[in-house]
Structure formats: structure tokens, C-alpha cells
Ligand binder design. Structure first.
Ligand code: S3P
Length: 430
């Protein structure tokens, strides 16, 4: 699937599910591997990123059986059972794999070499390596030890009190995983709450984790106990069909079993503020995570402002929110989102450039975007630039663009949403 062509769509109709949550899928493999005992995972996301996590832990001697693309059994080996990998740990395109795994490797008494693709080679690792070094980890890499490939010689960690300059679950989770292997207490504070899947899943695996206003702490020396995990649908993937249904006149769709963790539902708050007809019905809790169904109907949207504590709650959804904003009445302003520059691509620049190719009136600012809505989109050729979320955002834009759109390098979509094109086609055929 090198190229994906999207045509102006019929009304979207039907009830669907989206693939499992990427953040929770990664953690299920990592925590299952370092736990004592067996972990069975249902609803696992079989995207390229999470497959990279599986491969890394297999390289460290963990037996992981994939019964079907979405169902796994992990025979946890405990902290002490992880083995020095004989080959390079290849994280592919996955920032979550490398940053969380570094927290695990930093405490293991062996050598490991870690690298990924060319996007990973450009992404800053000092945000996790600085606190890990403060804890006593020995890590080297390119450009003064800041970029992949990295070499880690782990062990001998001591707990720290870390004030993170950014709200990032990858930073927080990395330090907590190192902290579990350190002496004493580890405390991480962050400017706003980032997604708390690590805290929730660690608790489910029997670890004592203390969340307080502004941060989280835990004591080193705790063991994890294997636990079955049921992974909810990824709200970050649901965001694409949700926005498509809001924009294509006459649409009405329901997405079932979506994760509704409040640290992830910023997109729903924003869509409400834009005047979208969105109904959310919470149906239960899976492995400590709230889950429910989301129903949307095509709506007339208005522009909005997005900033501050909302940003970490919708950080991965900004490219698709930008697509919605191009069709809303009035201006949408996104601020405080400089973190987008260090995602799989510089998502501020790339969202603006790629949507402009379809006629969107969108301007890049140092920490966000300004989108002048109500602009009809026209046909064009966009490029995912190897970024799954840019690929899907431009594909959805193509569904409302006069004449449709073609997305180059659309294979990247498989990183988080295998079956995306087929699912969108199925919705528009009903
Ligand atoms: C993730 C955290 C976020 C998010 C990424 C997944 C995670 O990154 O963008 O897609 O699973 O912890 P940051 O923590 O760097 O904001």
C-alpha cells in the first residue's frame, strides 16, 4: 500500500471497532515480560510499532506467543530473568518502545545496543537519558550521547526526584520503570498530567504507585506479577473515523469499546466545544481503564482555541483536529503544542504543508497552528512522510476534498491502524 487514494465519500454509516490502544499494547508486552508469571493479552494492536516491542523482548529471552494478531501469551521472566540481547534491539519507528525500554535497560546488569529507523535517529533521547544518567545509568550515543544508536550498560541505579520540563508519558514512564529497579524512592513531577496508562497497569500488576496532584512516586525493589490484560480500542485511531463522520454530510456512526481514559479524551472535549454531535456511553472498565461507545453524527462545526492542560490530552490528535478545523466556521488556534515538533515528523510543519496542498488555509506558528476554517478543499497529492497520523489525517481530508486526494507513502498507516483503508471503505458503503 504505497499510495492510498480517497474519493469524496458517501455518508458514513455503521457500528465499528478500532484496533487496540497503542500505548496500552506496548505496556502489556513490556510489563508482561518483566513480571513474574503469565500475562495473556486480548485486543493487542498488531501494528508495526507494537510488533517491534515484541521482537525486542523476545531478543532478551522472553517467550511471547502470538496466537492471533490480537492475542498473546507472555511468559514473564521477572526483572532478573531478562537476558543480555545478542543482537541490536531494533525499535523501528516507535518512540514509545525506545523510551520506555530504556527505563528497563538502564537497571539491568548487561550491555544492550538500541536503534530504530531514520525518524527515531532524529528524535531527542536526552529527555529520558538525562534523568536516567542522574539515576546512575551509563548510556552513550551519537552527538554527545543524545541520539541513536545508543549503547546501554545498566545497573546500580538510585531513586531521583525529577521535575520534567514537559508533560510526557514517555519520560514519566521511563523514569518510573528505572525507579522500580533503583534504591529508594523515585518521584516524577510534570507540568500537566500526561497519559497515566503506566501507573494504572503497574497497579494492576501489583505494584504500589502513589499518584498525587502534579506527579507520581514509587519505591524501588518492587516485583510485578503477571496479569491478564484486555486492551480497549485506541481513541487516537477512533479520532479518524469520528472526524470523517462529522465532516461527511448525512453520516452517523458508532465506535464501540474505545478507551476513555480522561488523560486521552481531550479530542472529545474539543469536538464538543466545536459544536459536534458526539455522544459517549461508558460501558465498563478493562484492566483499570474506562471503556465505552462513541456515537457521532455529521455536524456544523465552529472554530475553537486549544492550549494548556488540554494539549497532552490530545497530543496525537492534532493533525486530525486540524482537518476538522479546515471545515469549521471561523478560526481555530492551537497553542502550547511545541512537542509536536519532535513526534514521528515535525507535525506542526508537516500538517500545515500537507493540508495546504489540498487548499487548506493553515499557518504554522512556533508552538501550534492557526487554521482559517470554512475553506473548501480541492484534490491533490499528499505525502505521509512516513508518519502514520499524517497519512490518516490527509486521507480523511481526501474524503471531503472535491476530487479526493492521494496519499503517498501510505504504508506508514500500518504503524498504528492496520486495516484503516478497508474500515473507511466499509463505513462509506453502508
Ligand atoms: C505515548 C506518549 C505520547 C504519545 C505517544 C505515545 C505513550 O508521547 O505522543 O504516541 O505511549 O506513552 P510523549 O510522552 O512523548 O508526549
Amino acid at each position: 500500500m504505497k499510495q492510498l487514494t480517497m474519493k469524496p465519500s458517501n455518508p458514513l454509516r455503521g457500528t465499528i471497532k478500532v484496533p487496540g490502544d497503542k500505548s496500552i499494547s506496548h505496556r502489556s508486552v513490556m510489563f508482561g515480560s518483566i513480571a513474574n508469571g503469565t500475562t495473556r493479552v486480548e485486543g493487542f494492536l498488531p501494528g508495526a510499532d507494537c510488533q517491534a516491542t515484541i521482537a525486542c523482548f523476545k531478543s532478551m529471552g522472553v517467550s511471547i506467543e502470538q496466537h492471533s494478531p490480537t492475542s498473546l501469551t507472555i511468559e514473564g521472566v521477572g526483572w532478573e530473568g531478562l537476558k543480555e540481547p545478542e543482537e541490536l534491539l531494533d525499535v523501528g519507528n516507535s518512540g514509545t518502545t525506545i523510551r520506555l525500554m530504556l527505563g528497563i535497560l538502564a537497571g539491568r546488569p548487561f550491555y544492550s545496543a538500541v536503534a530504530g529507523d531514520e525518524s527515531i535517529a532524529r528524535r531527542p533521547m536526552d529527555r529520558v537519558l538525562d534523568p536516567l544518567r542522574e539515576m546512575g545509568a551509563k548510556v552513550d550515543g551519537r552527538q554527545g550521547g543524545r541520539f541513536t544508536p545508543l549503547g546501554v550498560r545498566g545497573g546500580g541505579l538510585k531513586g531521583i526526584h525529577y521535575q520534567s520540563p514537559v508533560a510526557s508519558a514517555q519520560i514519566k514512564s521511563c523514569i518510573l520503570l528505572a525507579g522500580l529497579q533503583a534504591t529508594g524512592e523515585t518521584i516524577v513531577e510534570e507540568p500537566h498530567l500526561s497519559r497515566d496508562h503506566t501507573e494504572r497497569m503497574l497497579r494492576a500488576f501489583g505494584v504500589e504507585v502513589n499518584s498525587f496532584s502534579g506527579g507520581v512516586s514509587l519505591h524501588g525493589g518492587q516485583q510485578l506479577i503477571g496479569k491478564d490484560v484486555r486492551v480497549p480500542g485506541d481513541i487516537s485511531s477512533a479520532a479518524f473515523p469520528l472526524v470523517a463522520a462529522l465532516l461527511v454530510p448525512g453520516s452517523h456512526i458508532t465506535i464501540q469499546d474505545v478507551g476513555l481514559n480522561p488523560a486521552r479524551t481531550g479530542i472529545l472535549d474539543v469536538l464538543h466545544a466545536m459544536g459536534a454531535m458526539v455522544e459517549v456511553k461508558e460501558t465498563g472498565e478493562w484492566s483499570g481503564e474506562p471503556v465505552g461507545d462513541i456515537t457521532v453524527s455529521a455536524s456544523d462545526l465552529q472554530g475553537t482555541e486549544i492550549s494548556g492542560e488540554l494539549i497532552p490530552r490530545l497530543i496525537d490528535e492534532i493533525p486530525i483536529i486540524a482537518v476538522a478545523a479546515t471545515q469549521a466556521k471561523g478560526k481555530t488556534i492551537i497553542r502550547d503544542a511545541a512537542e509536536l515538533k519532535v513526534k514521528e515528523t515535525n507535525r506542526i510543519a508537516v500538517t500545515a504543508t500537507e493540508l495546504s496542498k489540498l487548499g487548506a488555509n493553515i499557518e504554522e506558528t512556533p508552538d501550534g497552528l492557526i487554521i482559517e476554517g470554512g475553506t473548501p478543499l480541492h484534490s491533490g497529492i499528499c505525502d505521509s512522510r512516513g508518519d502514520h497520523r499524517i497519512g490518516m489525517a490527509t486521507a480523511i481530508a481526501g474524503m471531503v476534498a472535491k476530487g479526493g486526494a492521494t496519499v503517498e507513502n501510505a504504508t506508514a498507516i500500518n504503524v498504528s491502524f492496520p486495516g484503516f483503508a478497508e474500515l473507511m471503505a466499509e463505513l462509506s458503503e453502508k
